[in-house]
Design a protein around this ligand. Sequence first.
Ligand code: NAD
Ligand code: ZN
Length: 361
Amino acid sequence: MKIIDVKLKMNSYSIVVGNGILKDIGRYVKALKCGTDAIIITNPGINKLYGSVIAKSLKAQGLSSKVVEVADGEKSKQFKVAFDVIQQIAQYDVFKKPFVVALGGGVVGDLAGFVASIYKRGIPYIQIPTTLLAQIDSAIGGKTAIDLPVGKNLVGAFYQPRMVFSDVALLRSLDQRQILNGFAEAVKYGVICDVALFTFLEKNYQKLLSGDLKVLELVVAECSKIKAAVVAIDEKETIGLRTILNFGHTIGHAIEAANKFGYYQHGEAVALGMRCAAEISVIKKLCSPKDAVRLNALLDDMGLPKKIGKTKLSDILSLMKRDKKFISGKNRFVLMRKIGIVDVIEGVPEEVIKEVIGKNI
Ligand SMILES: NC(=O)c1ccc[n+]([C@@H]2O[C@H](COP(=O)([O-])OP(=O)(O)OC[C@H]3O[C@@H](n4cnc5c(N)ncnc54)[C@H](O)[C@@H]3O)[C@@H](O)[C@H]2O)c1
Ligand SMILES: [Zn+2]
């Protein structure tokens, strides 16, 4: 088991990473002194798998719990659902000291964090991420969000959890596509700042794909450390460091959006975005072709998509222009210097972007 601290100016917290630790959650929560009545926000499938273990562990520590279920899928990240959840909390919250437990993947985590941030101007919450993507990325860093019809994650707040509790044993029930979805983000961490992690992934990707929990625990802990370190320096994305976490995301987000978020998983689109970003880095002579080949080889080995497929170049280009990272019309890309080092580069010529995406369609 590993404990990683997210050191912030205010509201620092720990990420607990382990294998088979869910049954101990009550003890950890009790020590936080964040309330006595847990509101576990989750979806029906995840509740069935893990809800009772958590309720039992909390009860053993004298903590009560109530489950609030939302439907599975991104559609739960909307105002109507947040409102329904808050109504249920308010009805339950009579003579209680409530805190929220987000039990699920990034969807539940983003929604539950948002709800916790606005109910009574903020009540404590804990993240129990159940997907690889959520354990290494979305549960850490305090970005909470819901979507609007015009775009994803447009409403939300920076609101840090009191603890992130990542049990890799929960990943056993995840399907292979969801595991791959998370791996793309793990590769990203290697590229942006950790060549040793990248090399580890190259050597161990088969064990990871077969669900080896020891290796998964190492990867979740290593990625959590990186995200925690970046967030500690740039909590609210004000000095730009947090931007490097978006390697592969500028084009990746546009690919997801061009397919109306229905075709590609986020990580699959990010993998395609990373391939394009690496190629742009080579064309701009920022990195050697060898590094781009190495990145593509790892993504190939893992079975992440190689080609963008039936998506219109014009759709990707126009959607990219709406990217939050583009400042006053100038594009900004996170590009690779070599595996383990990236830079934020402004004003990449449009012909280069068109050429690279066009070649990868
Ligand atoms: N806040 C952030 O910093 C941040 C960062 C990245 C992504 N996100 C958000 O995260 C969301 C995507 O998260 P995700 O990829 O985890 O998707 P998700 O939450 O939809 O989970 C994927 C699927 O796996 C199922 N599932 C979850 N855990 C399971 C388990 N242990 N066993 C079996 N099935 C399980 C879910 O029910 C769902 O069907 C998006 O909304 C994205 O915007 C947020
Ligand atoms: Zn991502």
